[in-house]
Ligand binder design. Sequence first.
Ligand code: NDP
Length: 254
Amino acid sequence: MTGITGRVALVTGAARGIGQADAVKLAEEGAVIAALDLYEESCATTVGLIREKGAQAKAYACDVTSSRQVEEVVAQIAQDLGPITLLVNNAGITRDNLIFRMTDEEWFSVINTHLTGSFNCTRAVQRYMVQEKWGKIVFTSSTSALGNRGQVNYAAAKAGLEGMTRTLAIELGPFNINVNAVAPGFVDTEMTRATAYRLHKDPEQWKQERANQIPLRRVGTPRDIANVVAFLCSEEASFVNGQVIYISGAPGRA
Ligand code: NDP
């Protein structure tokens, strides 16, 4: 893939799972990685994996729900590594519950992490992309945006991200900035393992059950998502703008 080499990429929620795979794949394509998560130490594995490949990465601590922290860390990254022209908004949490049991905390923590967090990071980073007249932003939606029982907070946040993607594709397109989203289905990470435990299921058995419902008869890997994220960050995707690409082994929600 072309166009990624030498670019500074900010990946949020990069400590593990899909964010880690996004960071490693973009590093393989030549990007310099700012790996951001709640704690700097938790990005040590990601940074190590990237450096092992001879690529450059640095860890940053930030809670994406705080616009102050995001503004500060983005300024620091630009100072350390240079203007940020690739942004992968990936940090996320789940707090599942049926609506009659859902607390304010469960609602707001999910909305704030996905929707406000992605907004904070995008607002802070787009100014570098506008200056450079080049940028790629990838949001992380989910098949849950199409509706999923027990996830009214998460589904609303993910559907909101899809609206944000289309709107910012219109606003930022004239500055040669592409804005797109990936919408993964079931991907084998800590997040889905935690869901299995919450449902009192063995994670391997839960994974197999979900795989049986997917036409391709397997669940996704973080690398499946990272491959599409890298494509959206590349020049090969330079005429793709405002799109949400579902990556679920199925036409939509399996
Ligand atoms: P993980 O839980 O494995 O990783 C999420 C990462 O985000 C963690 O390192 C977490 O840190 C970090 N994070 C959470 N809140 C914040 C915050 N406020 N500021 C900074 N970092 C934060 O999740 P996945 O890799 O599975 O998911 C990544 C993204 O993909 C999420 O947006 C998720 O909604 C989406 N997705 C995942 C699917 C799946 O099946 N796994 C399916 C569809 C979408 P910490 O561990 O310290 O909390």
